[in-house]
Design a protein around this ligand. Structure first.
Ligand code: UT7
Length: 320
């Protein structure tokens, strides 16, 4: 068992809204197809700012909500698959923007499970090092990885960021983080291939590639396993959980798992109709939005569950 307290929470939505109708003007798709097959109606993209700025905006809001200054933070973790640069990390860029130093800072790449992985790592590192507070961020600018000639991926994803200030003192928390190799390469975005010394050519095609049907099958199994396993680990039942905050990939995945597990639909939160799939940002974005809307309240038991590239899947039960 671990410890985790959410001390503050915040999110940031970038400036540009793109509707399904707008996408259907630049590719062979329609509002009807996207809505019916995914549940997504709009997504937001950042026209100028890169991932670290989205992360910074969310982080400032979380610190303000916690009433804690950056000087009190001992650890910064950013979950992302779209860092601005190979190096420095987004977490280190946050230290630059906050004009602070002598803090442990690192990024985590576990795709759409990244925020849950990051909370797990934060809880462990806080305890192991005797740290007081961590700033944990999930931030993505997925629009820069999208091929707008590929209608099977371009309609799904959006940009955004969410952040929490956490401590590891009072409340019990439970974590379950798993991964397996992506044997059939069903979901990936290539980096720079490293076998061309003395040659400047790079980056032939770094766009996100996905076999939607294969990933869909994996996602349903992974989400079911993530929820089942964390309930078993915590010796809780679905009745003990106030809300489930699942990764926002496709409403059909969420509906199917809720139905097969007999989870009352009012316990399952969604906002993918507005934001699409924002990978590592999707869980903190939904958590923060639901908290700001007074849906999730202090003291609620919340089950977080993610799944995505890697392949990874992860869940947590935390008390707000
Ligand atoms: O966060 C990471 C995890 N990612 C996911 O969980 C994504 C999981 N996968 C999915 O959500 C779904 O597989 C998609 C939404 C990506 C696709 O939905 P689908 O129901 O699996 O569609 P499909 O790939 O089986 O394609 C059905 C048809 C195809 O046409 P034909 O071959 O039947 O003529 C596609 O070419 O729909 C076509 N299609 C589209 N049509 C209009 C694919 N994309 C589009 C589109 N607009 N955007």
């Amino acid at each position: 068992m671990s410890k985790l307290n959410i001390r503050g929470i915040g999110h940031y939505i970038p400036d540009t809204l793109i509707s399904n109708d707008e996408l259907s003007r630049i590719m062979d798709t329609s509002d009807e197809w996207i809505t019916k097959r995914t549940g997504i109606k709009t997504r937001y993209v950042s026209s100028n700012d890169d991932t670290s700025i989205l992360a910074f905006e969310a982080a400032k809001r979380a610190l303000e909500d916690a009433n804690i200054t950056i000087e009190e933070i001992d650890l910064v973790i950013c979950a992302t698959i779209t860092p601005d640069d190979f190096t420095p990390s987004v977490a280190c860029k946050l230290l630059k923007y906050f004009k602070t130093d002598k803090i442990m800072a690192l990024d985590i790449n576990a795709a759409c499970s990244g925020f849950v992985y990051a909370l797990n790592v934060a809880s462990s590192l806080l305890e192991a090092n005797g740290f007081k507070y961590a700033l944990v961020v999930g931030a993505e600018k997925l629009s820069k990885l999208l091929d707008y000639n590929d209608r099977s991926t371009a309609i799904l994803f959006g940009d955004g960021a969410g952040a929490c200030v956490v401590s590891a003192d009072e409340n019990n928390a439970y974590f379950y983080c798993k991964a397996k190799g992506d044997t059939n390469d069903v979901l990936y975005a290539s980096g720079v291939k490293g076998s061309k010394p003395l040659n400047n050519s790079c980056c032939e095609d770094y766009y996100l590639k996905m076999n939607g049907r294969e990933v869909y099958r994996f996602a349903v199994d992974a989400l079911d396993d993530a929820i089942t396993s964390i309930l078993n680990k915590s010796q809780m039942t679905i009745e003990d959980i106030d809300y489930i905050v699942p990764h926002q990939a496709n409403i059909r995945i969420i509906d199917q798992v809720a139905k097969q597990m007999n989870i009352p639909y009012e316990k399952v939160l969604t906002n993918l109709n507005k934001f699409g799939n924002t990978s590592a940002a999707s869980i903190p974005l939904l958590l923060s939005e639901a908290y700001n809307e007074n849906k999730i309240k202090k003291g609620d038991n919340v089950l977080l569950a993610g799944f995505g590239a890697g392949l990874t899947w992860a869940s947590a039960i935390i008390k707000m």
